[in-house]
Design a protein around this ligand. Structure first.
Ligand code: SER
Length: 337
C-alpha cells in the first residue's frame, strides 16, 4: 500500500506532538516534520525526515517533496504575537503564504490536489466590549470578524489567503480548463488543553496552566478575572477534528472554515474543579490588563453546527468527561512519577 505523504509544521508544539503521535498510530503515513526546534525524543522515531529551522527560509526544501496533506501548525501564539508583532507576522503570515504557494504550485503542476489543513482560532473574532461579548453569546463563523490581536488578524487573513489559493489563484478558475487547485480546510480552535504538554505564549493558557500548577502543588496566580469565559477543548478532540476534516469527502464540504467547541466555562469554574481534586491548590486571581483585554474580545462560545452537519463533528469530552476521564487521571499519573 502506498503511504500518504504528510507534512506537519510546528511539530514540536502541543498540537504538533499530539498529531504526529496520532498519525503514526493510525499508520499508512510518511510523516515529514518541521519546526524551529529539534524534535522531542517522544516523537523522533515517528518522523521520516525533520526540517529544522525558520520555515520561511526552509521553503525550498518543501518544494522537493510530494506531499498529499499539509498540516501547517507553526505559529506565534496570541500573547507573544502582541509583544513581537513583526516576528509574528513573519511566522504566521509569511510562513503560511510560502507554504500555500508551494501547495498551489504542486497541485497545479502535478495535477494532484494537495490538502492544506490550517488551524485558525477563536482569536479571529473580536467583540468590542464585555457587554457585547456577553450579549453575543454563541457566535457563528461569519460574525464579529474584527480581531483585536496581531495573532487574530494573522489567522483571519490566512483563512482568506487559503481560500484565495484554493479557488481564485491568478483568476485561473475562469480558464476554460481550470487547473487543479489546492484543497484548503480550516478549523477555528477554542483554547486547547493537553494533559501531557504545557502551553506557552497563548492567552487561553490560564486554563491549562492553572490545572498543571494545581496538580503539582504549585501556587498559581491566574492572569484573568474569575468571570472570564471562553470555550475549551481536550487535545484528543482537537486531533480528532483535524483528522476528521482531513478525511471528509470534498463533496460534503460547503465551507472552508469551521468553528468547533467542546465546553465553555469560566476561570472560576476551572478553579472550583481543580480544588475538588486538589483541595490544597493555591489559586489566586491577578488579572493582567492586556491579556484580560484579549480574552474579553473573544466570544464566550462558538456555534459549531456547520462542522456538525457537514463532517459529523462531535467532541468526545464535555467538561465532566474532560476532567474526570482525561485530564485528572493522566495528570495524576504524570506528576506522581
Ligand atoms: N490558544 C491560542 C492562544 O491563546 C488561541 O488560538 O493564543
Amino acid at each position: 500500500m502506498t503511504e500518504t505523504s504528510v507534512l506537519v509544521t510546528g511539530a514540536c508544539g502541543e498540537i504538533g506532538q499530539a498529531l504526529v503521535q496520532s498519525l503514526s498510530k493510525r499508520g499508512g503515513y510518511r510523516i515529514v516534520t518541521a519546526d524551529l526546534a529539534p524534535l522531542p525524543e517522544s516523537i523522533r522515531a515517528m518522523s521520516a525526515e525533520h526540517a529544522q529551522g525558520d520555515l520561511v527560509n526552509r521553503v525550498k526544501f518543501f518544494y522537493d517533496h510530494d506531499f498529499d496533506v499539509i498540516f501547517h501548525l507553526a505559529a506565534s501564539l496570541s500573547s507573544k504575537a502582541e509583544v513581537a508583532s513583526e516576528e509574528a507576522h513573519r511566522i504566521n503570515v509569511e510562513g503560511t503564504m510560502q507554504l500555500l504557494m508551494m501547495a498551489a504550485y504542486r497541485s497545479e503542476k502535478y495535477k494532484k490536489t494537495v490538502k492544506f489543513l490550517f488551524p485558525s482560532s477563536i482569536a479571529a473574532y473580536g467583540l468590542e466590549t464585555l457587554k457585547e461579548k456577553q450579549e453575543a453569546g454563541i457566535v457563528k463563523e461569519h460574525e464579529h470578524n474584527s480581531p483585536h490581536t496581531m495573532y487574530g488578524c494573522n489567522k483571519l487573513y490566512c483563512e482568506k489567503l487559503g481560500m484565495y489559493y484554493s479557488k481564485f489563484n491568478g483568476q485561473k478558475h475562469l480558464d476554460s480548463d481550470p487547473p487543479h487547485m489546492l484543497d484548503f480546510r480550516s478549523i477555528r480552535f477554542p483554547g486547547l488543553i493537553s494533559a501531557f504538554t504545557v502551553p506557552s505564549s497563548g492567552t487561553s493558557d490560564y486554563g491549562p496552566e492553572m490545572l498543571h500548577a494545581a496538580a503539582q502543588g504549585k501556587p498559581y496566580a491566574c492572569f484573568v478575572r474569575e468571570d472570564t469565559k471562553i470555550s475549551f477543548m481536550a487535545m484528543p478532540d482537537a486531533i480528532k477534528s483535524l483528522l476528521m476534516l482531513m478525511d471528509a469527502p470534498k463533496k460534503s464540504l460547503n465551507h472552508q472554515v469551521y468553528n468547533i467547541t467542546a465546553f465553555a466555562i469560566t476561570a472560576a469554574e476551572f478553579r472550583d474543579r481543580a480544588l475538588k481534586v486538589f483541595p490544597d491548590a493555591n489559586i489566586t486571581f491577578e488579572p493582567n490588563t492586556r491579556r484580560q483585554g484579549i480574552v474579553d474580545s473573544w466570544p464566550e462560545d462558538v456555534d459549531d453546527s456547520l462542522a456538525r452537519s457537514e463532517w459529523d463533528w462531535k467532541p468526545d469530552y464535555d467538561a465532566d468527561k474532560f476532567f474526570d476521564e482525561y485530564f485528572l487521571p493522566e495528570i495524576r499519573n504524570r506528576y506522581s512519577k
